[in-house]
Design a binder for this molecule. Structure first.
Ligand code: BDR
Ligand code: CA
Length: 315
C-alpha cells in the first residue's frame, strides 16, 4: 500500500477524490491537509472534518494556508462549489470536529521525515502548503516518494484553462507556490485539464453510483447536485469533469495515463498569470535557466473508460 497525504480544498470533486482514496485498498490515507481555494480555509477544514467523522476515516486533519503566498487572494468559488464548498449539502450545525494542532505544512514536514521515501503527496488544491513546507524544510524534497498534482493545463487537445483562457484554478489561485513546487528537486506528476477534462461523470453515471454503492454513493450524488447545475448552466454539459479523482486514479494505476517529461514553470504575473509551461525539446538556449530544472511528468492521455470503471468499483 502507498501512504498518502492528500492536500485539498474541499470542494465537491475534492470530496469525490477523498472518498475514492479512502476506499481503495492500495492506499493508506494518512491525512487530509487543507488549503483555501474552493472554499474559505475554515469551511474547507470543516468539510474535511465532517467527511472524517461521517465515513469513519482514520486520517488526521491538519488545517493549512488561508491565502496565497504572494498574489492577492481570489476568494471562494461559490458559483462552482456553493457557499460552504459542498454545494447545497448542509453539515448539521451541531457538528464539531477537531483538527491537528500543527499547521498543514508542519504536519507534512514531520510526517515525511517520520516515513522517509514512503510518502506520496497528492495535491488537488492551490499548492501553498507544499510550497511552505519546501521553504521551511527544503530537505523534504529528497525524502518524499512522489508528488502528484491535479492542476494546470498544457495545451494537449487545446486544453489551456478554466478560470481564465490560460489558467487552471489551482495554479491560478497561487502561481508562485506552484512554480516553487514544480521547480523543486522531487519527482512531480501533473494531472492537468489535458486529462481531467477527458473523463466525465455523466448525470446517468452518478445516478447509477447512488443506486449501486449505498451511503458513499448517495453522499457523492447529493453533493454533486449543485456542481451539475453549474455544469449545465455555465459549461453546457450534463455531468461533470473528473478533476481531483483523476489524481487519485493516477496513484492507484498510473497505466491509465500516458505522460511526457520536461521542465515545468508557471507564469506568475500579467495576463497569463497561472499559465503552466513545459519544455519539451533538447535544445540549448542562450540562457541556461531551464536546462538545470528537474524534468517533471505531465499527463497527456487517459483511458477514461477504465478510469470510470475503477472509480465505480472502488466506491
Ligand atoms: C480544480 O479546481 C477546483 O475547483 C477543483 O476542486 C479542482 O481541484 C479544477 O480546476
Ligand atoms: Ca480541488
Amino acid at each position: 500500500t502507498k501512504k498518502i497525504i492528500l492536500d485539498t480544498d474541499p470542494g465537491i470533486d475534492d470530496a469525490m477524490a477523498i472518498l475514492f482514496a479512502e476506499a481503495h485498498p492500495d492506499i493508506e490515507l494518512l491525512a487530509l491537509t487543507t488549503v483555501f481555494g474552493n472554499a474559505t480555509i475554515d469551511n474547507g477544514t470543516r468539510n474535511a472534518l465532517y467527511l472524517k467523522d461521517r465515513f469513519k476515516m482514520k486520517a488526521v486533519i491538519a488545517k493549512g494556508a488561508s491565502q496565497p503566498l504572494v498574489r492577492a487572494p481570489v476568494g471562494p468559488t461559490e458559483i462552482v462549489h456553493g457557499v460552504t464548498g459542498l454545494g447545497d449539502f448542509q453539515i448539521p450545525d451541531s457538528f464539531v470536529g477537531h483538527h491537528d494542532s500543527r499547521p498543514a505544512y508542519q504536519y507534512i514536514i514531520d510526517t515525511v521525515k517520520a516515513y522517509p521515501h514512503e510518502i506520496t503527496l497528492v495535491a488537488v488544491g492551490p499548492l501553498t502548503n507544499l510550497a511552505l513546507a519546501l521553504q521551511a524544510a527544503p530537505e523534504i524534497a529528497q525524502l518524499v516518494a512522489e508528488v502528484v498534482v491535479m492542476g494546470g493545463a498544457f495545451g494537449v487537445n487545446d486544453h489551456r484553462g478554466n478560470v481564465t483562457p490560460y489558467a487552471e484554478a489551482n495554479i491560478h489561485d497561487d502561481p508562485h507556490a506552484a512554480d516553487i513546487v514544480f521547480c523543486a528537486p522531487w519527482p512531480v506528476t501533473i494531472i492537468g485539464l489535458d486529462v481531467t477534462e477527458e473523463s466525465f461523470f455523466s448525470a446517468t453515471y452518478l445516478e447509477q453510483l447512488r443506486h449501486d454503492t449505498g451511503d458513499v454513493g448517495e453522499f457523492i450524488f447529493d453533493i454533486s447536485r449543485y456542481y451539475l447545475r453549474f455544469y449545465s448552466q455555465k459549461v453546457g454539459l450534463d455531468g461533470c469533469h473528473v478533476h481531483d479523482p483523476s489524481a487519485i486514479a493516477y496513484v492507484i494505476d498510473p497505466t491509465l495515463f500516458t505522460t511526457r517529461k520536461g521542465a515545468v514553470r508557471v507564469v506568475c504575473e500579467g495576463p497569463a498569470s497561472g499559465m503552466t509551461l513545459q519544455k519539451l525539446d533538447n535544445r540549448r538556449y542562450q540562457t541556461d535557466e531551464w536546462s538545470s530544472m528537474p524534468a517533471q511528468q505531465v499527463g497527456v492521455t487517459v483511458n477514461a473508460r477504465r478510469l470510470l470503471d475503477l472509480y465505480r468499483q472502488t466506491i
